[in-house]
Design a protein around this ligand. Sequence first.
Ligand SMILES: [Zn+2]
Ligand SMILES: [Zn+2]
Ligand SMILES: [Zn+2]
Length: 141
Amino acid sequence: MHHFPSPTDFLKKHELRKTPCRMAILESFLNTQNALSHQNIEELVGEEFDRVTIYRTLTSFEEKGILHRVPNMSGQAKYALCESNCDEHQHKENHVHFKCQECQNVYCLSQVQLPDLNLPQGYKVEEAEFLLSGTCDKCNF
Ligand SMILES: [Zn+2]
Ligand SMILES: [Zn+2]
Ligand SMILES: [Zn+2]
């Protein structure tokens, strides 16, 4: 897994004020090291913060380039931490995501880049989702 800055540094870099909810959500992502849905986050910090606050925090993190959306076959949106090269409204995610059928976790495989597709002339890609599923390194023992 890659190394991320501390919650404080994340907020400082993206010029967001330090609030208890922002700190708690960033810590949840740093501790679990995989993609989390709104519901997952509610299970982690929902005793301290209400749904609306969590929802707003996730939305602003996505806009600021702290979190990116992860494709999810079951429909419910998941989020994962962005790498340091993401800026406001300018996500540059070009990695593959992996869903484990055993533990249900979704991982960013940042070392696996999306394949270079030879599109016909006139087509321009704005977004790409690439989700693999199988068993992760932790469940494969
Ligand atoms: Zn991003
Ligand atoms: Zn697994
Ligand atoms: Zn990702």
